[in-house]
Design a protein around this ligand. Sequence first.
Ligand code: MEV
Length: 329
Amino acid sequence: MNPLPLTPLPSRGISPGKAILFGEHAVVYGEPAVVLSLDIYTTVEVHEATGGTDHRFQGDSGAWRRNPYLQEILGKGSSPPAGHLDVRVRSQIPPASGLGSSAALVAPLTAILRAREGPVDRGTLARESFLAERAAQGVGSPVDTTAVTAGGIVAVGPPGREGEDLWTIPAVEGKGPWTVRRVPDPGWTWVVGYTGVPKQTGRTVNRVRQRLQETDGPELLAAFGSLARAGEDALRRGDRDAVGQCMERNHALLVRLGVGHPRLDQLVGAVRPHVAGVKITGAGSGGSILALPRPGSELAAARAIARAGGLAFRVRPPPQGVRVEPLPR
Ligand code: MEV
């Protein structure tokens, strides 16, 4: 994949969001997942800070210390800045919505810092962004940071399946490695709906870990895995109905895992008449749903979510992931 070019400061990094189509939670334990990047964006601008004694974030000196991701990258990352930086972020991705807001901050900021020194290989960017996000959250898989770095649609999972390999993320603390493969985009429009209930990835992942220790845990994990493989195959065939059915089955598994929420149920119920399939996307227990509308029903699906009180986006996977471009000095 095309590397990011050498880009001195000041510069701007732009990242898409993401939605997990199949395999959230199970991917933490090495099962495969399929992830869409989304054409809703976070933009990060970095200037060298003149004067002052600390980095500035959103115009405030020292505010970066209250953001765990910035703390990780500016304070202890593998490429810490030499001087003080002025970091400004604006985003269309609601925070804590399950739509990749943290990956879409971490990956472009990491890319900006790296690209000051030379061209950045996307596999390296995905690995470093994953380590920064995981260090800040304390848990997690590389799916989010990989999806926003790669753009389009990717499958992330154990090595060995056929497809165009993009890169591998090495194992961390006994989890992984994860191989990343490109999945061709069938060109559909998707609809995501944010409940307005912020999800808490760390807490939910920890609750799921306990749930998986029950007797049906291994069977549940295996069911997620075979569903993700069947779903990926259906996506490669461009079979909308089969993808929708796999989404519905994935949703049922997530509910069994205990990551449902009454607001998620409301949005799922409201959108169902318009879709081939709908599911919780991401950590759950709040956050968002992902729906695959029937052809021509995209607007009706988005309206149904809005009428049920959700924040709806009609989205497509952009072919390009994170990019960095120079700003005028
Ligand atoms: C978060 O977007 C998805 C989870 O599978 C956690 C992870 O993979 O890091 C719940």
